[in-house]
Design a binder for this molecule. Structure first.
Ligand code: GLU
Length: 446
């Protein structure tokens, strides 16, 4: 089994592309197969090295490692060989129409209520016509002559799919100068690299009958490549997620403090029959992965669900795994005890900064009833403190004041943390320590 992710380096990865990458990776890893990264940079004008670097960095952030990486711009010799082969097989023909002419043809077809298809006018050109055009300095581009009849495949997501030749248009495979386009390069590479599974967005469904025909014309075995087309993600309102929608580039999510595994957990199961749950590592996601569980309904991508998964992952994250990232955030002051006390309150890792003044810094305590707070202060036991201290102390305060429940705990929380809500006080109290606790219960900034 060999799957590939084939981004065009013409922009940044957003959650929709990341989902395709992840699903290919999970499918390959689940089957013990290989995962290949192929940079589809046939569009030289729009491809940029900085996008390629960003794509690789984003994949690395997600943890999606690749067994091999290829760049289409480095494989042009293979495309030239394919030109010869298709040409000899009589499947390529030279065309001379300009963009404007093609656009005019397209418009008049649409005006007649016909689907826009290339009318194969160039197939009618004689040897003499070609000689005359060449003599006039015209350089051709090349179209692939599609076979008559239907092209069918069993899609691993959509089931049986069938395209009639009458609805397809002979695609341009080589631009002027015999420059291969994506349609050709993709098939040549899939065959050459021994790709067994092509998993991509359903915006590519109409390309697949063309790809199947090109593969057969190049000597590929029928059905040696299985196809799966995933419905595209929508937003919560059901509208298409577009690249231009801000905030959904992977880099934005990362900058926003979203954990890579929260993204992976959501994208691995969204649109499948499996429940979305927070999963801490990719291997566990791969173990439970089944492409056959994906359906045809467009899944809704919800950033609130992402935040929920993010929180869930942080609440379970070990200090060992958090430590390096805390240091990178300038939060190296967080020690293992603080981490365990605070992690249950985090939605994003960086939120932990809010609690540092409460733990080891200075806050403005909130004292509702000074007499009660003073009494509680007097009952503070001597150090050393541990997580059992809170229980012993509040039992004593309860006995002395007759307060219980919220009337007992809430004013203590306000005094010790200055906040209405937060981490469990039995964990916080030993971190705050005696001196600070005493000062805060007296109403002093501490
Ligand atoms: N470069 C193509 C894209 O980004 C790849 C499609 C495919 O997987 O074949 O849409």
């Amino acid at each position: 089994m060999k799957a590939r992710f084939a981004p065009s380096p013409t922009g940044l990865l957003h959650v929709g592309n990341a989902r395709v990458a992840l699903i290919n990776w999970l499918h390959a890893r689940h089957g013990g197969g290989e995962f290949v990264l192929r940079i589809d940079d046939t569009d030289r004008a729009r491809s940029r090295p900085e996008f390629e670097a960003a794509i690789e960095a984003d994949l690395a952030w997600l943890g999606l490692d690749w067994d091999a990486r290829y760049r289409q711009s480095e494989r042009v010799a293979l495309y030239a060989a394919a030109f010869e082969r298709l040409s000899k097989a009589g499947r390529l023909y030279a065309c001379y129409e300009s963009q404007e002419e093609l656009e005019l043809k397209r418009r008049s077809q649409l005006a007649r209520g016909e689907p826009p298809r290339y009318d194969r006018a160039a197939l009618g050109l004689t040897e003499a016509d070609h000689a005359r055009l060449a003599g006039a300095g015209q350089v051709p581009h090349w179209r692939f002559r599609l076979a008559d009849g239907a092209t069918e495949w069993t899609d691993l997501v959509r089931g049986a799919v069938r395209f009639e030749a009458a609805h397809l248009s002979d695609p341009i495979l080589f631009r002027v100068g015999r420059e291969a386009v994506y349609q050709l390069a993709s098939v040549v590479d899939d065959l050459d690299l021994g790709i067994t599974h092509v998993i991509r967005g359903e915006d590519h469904v109409a390309n697949t009958p063309i790809h199947i025909q090109i593969a057969l014309a190049l000597g590929g075995e029928p059905d040696s490549i299985r196809f799966a087309h995933l419905p595209l993600l929508t937003d919560t309102g059901g509208a298409k997620l577009s690249k231009r929608l801000g905030g959904l580039a992977l880099g934005d999510l990362k900058a926003d403090g979203i954990e890579a595994m929260a993204v992976n957990s959501l994208l691995a199961r969204l649109g499948s029959a499996d429940r979305v749950v927070a999963v801490g590592d990719l291997e566990a996601l791969a173990a439970g992965f089944d492409l056959g569980h994906f359906g045809r309904a467009p899944p809704k991508f919800d950033t609130a669900e992402l935040a929920r998964l993010n929180a869930e992952l942080l609440h379970r994250l070990s200090f060992e795994r958090a430590a390096g990232r805390l240091r990178a955030l300038g939060l190296g002051a967080v020690d293992p005890v603080m981490w365990l006390a605070l992690r249950g309150n985090l939605v994003r890792l960086a939120d932990i900064a809010d609690w540092l003044p409460v733990c080891r810094g200075t806050i403005e305590p909130v004292i509702e009833d000074p007499a009660f707070a003073a009494e509680a202060a007097q009952l503070l036991p001597p150090e050393p403190w541990d997580t059992a201290t809170w229980q012993g102390w509040t039992d004593a305060v309860k006995a002395a004041t007759g307060r219980a429940g919220r009337a007992l705990f809430h004013p203590l929380r306000l005094a010790l943390t200055g906040r209405e809500r937060g981490p469990e006080l039995r964990n916080l109290l030993p971190i705050i320590g005696h001196a600070r606790a005493l000062a805060r219960l007296r109403g002093d900034r501490a």
